[in-house]
Design a binder for this molecule. Structure first.
Ligand SMILES: Cc1cc2nc3c(=O)[nH]c(=O)nc-3n(C[C@H](O)[C@H](O)[C@H](O)COP(=O)(O)O)c2cc1C
Length: 200
């Protein structure tokens, strides 16, 4: 990766929360937009990919249905990765879904795996960090962690899809959230997330 590169580089961290379909559709959109999706998955994230989507082997074919040079997997245990250094130009990081565990670790400044280290680097470099948190109900610990991270520059984006575009499938429902996240990191898409006045 070079600072001159025109290709966007987005880190997608997948932690062990429910809703990995959001990550699947997010990565499909990022790669379709010819941006690089650097994918880092925690061990619990791997287990939930297998449980919810039947994906045991994390590769482009299994996640987005075809090979893509823009799908770039990274080992969560590899702290020698380029993603662990602020010297490497990355445009934004999205953790999707973000567990309460990862939320707490990042809010505490922990950087003991690549997902957490990349989030720490994203914050210290003042780059966009979007946390698509999923848990319900929330504890005051979650809320305090969110406030702490928001004050540190992160965007807390609860996995809270909208129904006002009348989604007919789970995929369409997921896309109502995915489109909003893509907007936050400047990735073009044509997902139907724009509101227009139905009376207008
Ligand atoms: C099937 C399943 C679903 C889970 N869903 C959630 C969830 O929605 N939110 C959450 O915060 N934790 C959830 N967990 C618990 C996390 O996986 C667990 O706290 C784990 O330590 C997260 O680690 P990570 O943040 O390193 O991925 C779930 C666990 C399992 C087995």
């Amino acid at each position: 990766m070079t600072a001159q590169s025109q290709t966007k580089n987005i880190i997608v961290g997948i932690s062990g929360a429910s809703g990995v379909i959001y990550a699947q559709r997010l990565i499909a959109q990022i790669t379709a937009a010819q941006a690089n999706a650097h994918v880092v998955v925690s061990n619990p994230g791997r287990e939930i990919l297998a449980h919810e989507l039947g994906i045991d082997d994390i590769c482009a074919g299994n996640l987005i249905g075809h090979e893509s040079k823009h799908f770039i997997p990274h080992d969560n245990q590899n702290l020698f990765s380029e993603l662990a250094s602020g010297s490497v130009p990355i445009d934004a990081m999205i953790i999707c879904p973000c567990s309460s565990n990862s939320l707490a670790a990042i809010a505490s400044g922990l950087a003991d795996n690549l997902l957490r280290r990349a989030a720490y680097v994203t914050l210290k470099q003042k780059r966009p960090l979007i946390l698509v948190h999923r848990e319900t109900p929330l504890t005051s610990i979650d809320l305090e962690n969110m406030l702490r991270l928001s004050r540190a520059g992160a965007t807390i984006c609860p996995a809270s899809p909208g129904f006002y575009h009348h989604p007919q499938t789970i995929e369409q429902l997921a896309d109502s959230l995915v489109g909003r996240v893509l907007d936050m990191v400047g990735i073009e898409h044509d997902l139907p997330v724009r509101w227009s006045d139905p009376k207008g």
